[in-house]
Design a protein around this ligand. Structure first.
Ligand SMILES: [Zn+2]
Length: 235
């Protein structure tokens, strides 16, 4: 089952006989014109006399896959969250796009009862899961949202009803960020992006100061809507 943009582009590369990088460039160019991922892939498929309808990704399957990974193991989920949190703050090339991070937060906030120490994950495994999560989330937002050259433009017309809430949150938070405002990952308050400490507002940052650990930081992820991740762990 194809779940990420990379897998979809790989399939098109195999089917057309073109190199992956050549197809990726074509898709990219098409998307820069404001077309969606699937639409872009299908146009290229048609150019090569392939059946465009076979190139598809079901966003609900992406969410299921992300949920599956996040439910695997508590420590692993904390580590993935920490890495993505650092990457969204990064100014460099490895920056995790904020819309994808917002989608991640939405999904994470619905995760409950993650087993502790269900397995002893290796750093390689965590790295693999993190890379997978990055690909899943960037693909997900490219499907759920409507994009223009300026970024997220709205909610995609074919966004499934079950995922509209995620799409709405991604759109709203991204728009705020474009206006210089950040939604605190802990309390959900909207603050000036210049007055944030890491991904939180100053108040939330002060609250956890002194006992700051990876767990403290990420147990608060998701803010008010958090229904359980961490809190139902018997703390
Ligand atoms: Zn806050």
């Amino acid at each position: 089952m194809i779940l990420t943009a990379r897998e979809l582009i790989q399939k098109l590369a195999n089917d057309t006989g073109l190199h992956y990088s050549a197809v990726a460039k074509l898709v990219n160019r098409s998307m820069q014109k404001g077309r969606g991922l699937i639409e872009s892939v299908r146009i290229i498929a048609e150019d090569y006399k392939l059946n465009p309808k076979i190139y598809k990704i079901n966003p609900e399957n992406i969410v299921s896959e992300a949920v599956k990974i996040l439910r695997e193991d508590y420590t692993q989920t904390l580590m993935i969250s920490a890495v993505l949190g650092q990457m969204v703050e990064s100014k460099g090339k490895d920056r995790f796009p904020p819309p994808a991070f917002f989608a991640f937060i939405e999904i994470l906030s619905e995760i409950e009862n993650v087993p502790r120490d269900s397995k002893s994950e290796t750093s390689t495994e965590i790295e693999e899961r993190t890379t997978r999560m990055i690909e899943l989330m960037t693909t997900l937002v490219s499907l759920l949202c409507d994009w223009s050259e300026l970024g997220v433009n709205g909610i995609a017309f074919d966004c499934p009803d079950a995922l509209r809430e995620i799409a709405r949150a991604v759109f709203r938070k991204t728009k705020l960020l474009q206006g210089g405002l950040w939604t605190c990952i802990s309390c959900g308050n909207i603050v000036d992006v210049k007055e944030t400490r890491a991904l939180m507002c100053v108040e939330c940052d002060n609250k956890i100061d002194g006992r700051r650990s990876l767990e403290d930081t990420f147990e608060t992820l998701g803010g008010r809507t958090r229904s359980g991740y961490g809190r139902t762990e018997g703390k």
